[in-house]
Write a protein that binds this ligand. Structure first.
Ligand code: PLP
Length: 394
């Protein structure tokens, strides 16, 4: 039977990681993989996570199954973190999932179950796994214009023009903050126009929020999600704890289905639990429990927030340093967008050939679409990257 299997195209980021590993040059620079790294190149376990894990080890006396939705306390804590009361708790159905990817996958399955003919509008570009999962599920994908190649900001008029084509029952996938892969985000006024468009078209928003706290701050980064969720009749939210809690391998995420009536919640909750049952029964618990302990304990929460601020400010500092260095070397302001972008990524907006040139000549690794992970830099490597960018004629 297995002889019928066909080879799959290699995942470009995973291939890049392997090429980086095999590169013997000591000064090679990894700006490819999407994980946060400190100035020494380490992806640390956050202090509050270590402390919560210690307490958990000392106090946990069973590892018996949780419920199909995971621990309800995790849902409560995460709903409060993401929505902060923007929507009554009773209007939100939620299940724990294996990471943000699990939430995204379950969200698409929910849409397919409710409306097999739904089209899912995704930004061009978007996180490649969105499209890959949609294709795998045989769902209709429509790309909307998003990145403006000239300004490296958002092509908002193009985006709105394309989204105007959405119909009631279609889904519009939006990145809640820190757009991956571009780093370019909507401003508050633009988000209000998106809400108007959602109300006018009747399309259902699905918000993928994987970097809350990496952009402008924990509350600021959730503002758009809260605005949308409180303004439209129905909304789907996929949240990841991988980045902001630094628990990538623990696979911790939450899928939320928001409606304006608490009466709908029971059915939504049962449906989400059913989807969990079909795919993996009980969601992973370790990361979810650690997150719950941190969010529900004043001391741990304060420490987590302080460390997350350090992480965020480190990336902002690197952004300004890189933008300044590029301004100095180029004598122009054309790289100002790097300081404007938010989150871990910025898209340089150059060709795969120039990206390859920087890899071959300088050992600088970024994704071929010119997405670079700002967190892969430190104060010493910023000038190296800036020089390589100018030398490549970008
Ligand atoms: N959504 C976006 C936009 C992402 O960038 C990522 C991770 O890279 C995820 C979801 C999923 O993250 P995870 O499954 O690691 O929690």
């Amino acid at each position: 039977m297995f002889e019928t299997l066909k080879p799959r195209p290699a995942d470009s980021i995973l291939t890049l990681m392997q090429t980086f590993k095999d590169d013997p040059r000591p000064n090679k620079l990894d700006l490819g993989v999407g994980v946060y790294k400190d100035a020494t190149g380490l992806t640390p376990v956050m202090r509050a996570v270590k402390a919560a894990e210690k307490t958990l080890w000392e106090t946990q006396d069973t590892k018996v199954y949780t419920g199909l939705a995971g621990d309800p306390a995790f849902s409560d804590a995460m709903i409060a973190l993401v929505l902060d009361g923007a929507v009554p708790r009773d209007n939100v159905a939620a299940v724990a999932t294996p990471g943000g990817t699990g939430a995204v996958r379950q969200a698409f399955e929910l849409v397919r179950m409710a409306r097999p003919e739904a089209r899912v509008f995704v930004s061009d570009p978007t996180w490649p796994n969105h499209i890959s999962i949609l294709n795998y599920l045989n769902m209709d994908v429509v790309r909307y214009r998003y990145f403006d190649e000239d300004s490296r900001g958002v092509n908002f008029s193009g985006m709105m023009e394309d989204l105007a084509d959405a119909k009631a029952g279609d889904v519009i996938l939006l990145h809640g903050c820190c757009h991956n892969p571009t780093g370019a985000n909507l401003n508050a006024t633009e988000w209000k126009s998106v809400v108007d468009l959602l109300l006018k078209t009747g399309a259902v928003p699905m918000i993928d929020i994987a970097y809350q706290g990496f952009g402008d701050g924990l509350e600021e980064d959730a503002a758009a999600t809260r605005l949308v969720a409180s303004s439209v009749p129905e909304c789907i939210i996929a949240a990841s704890c991988s980045k902001n809690f630094g628990i990538y391998r623990e696979r911790t995420g939450l899928l939320m289905a928001v409606s304006q009536h608490s009466a709908a919640r029971k059915l939504h909750q049962e449906t989400l639990a059913f989807l969990n049952r079909q795919n993996y029964s009980f969601p992973p618990d370790h990361g979810a429990r650690v997150v719950t302990m941190i969010l529900n304990d004043d001391t741990l929460r304060a420490d987590w927030m302080a460390e997350l601020e350090e992480v965020r400010n480190n990336m902002l500092g690197l952004r300004s340093q890189l933008a300044r260095e590029l301004q100095r070397l180029s004598g122009s302001d054309r790289f100002g967008y790097i300081a404007q972008h938010r989150g871990m990524f910025s898209r340089l907006g150059t060709t795969p050939e120039k990206v390859e040139e920087m890899r071959a000549k300088n050992g600088i690794y970024m994704v071929s679409d010119s997405r670079m992970n700002i967190a892969g830099l430190n104060a010493e490597t910023v000038p190296v990257l800036a020089k390589a960018i100018i030398d490549a004629g970008i």
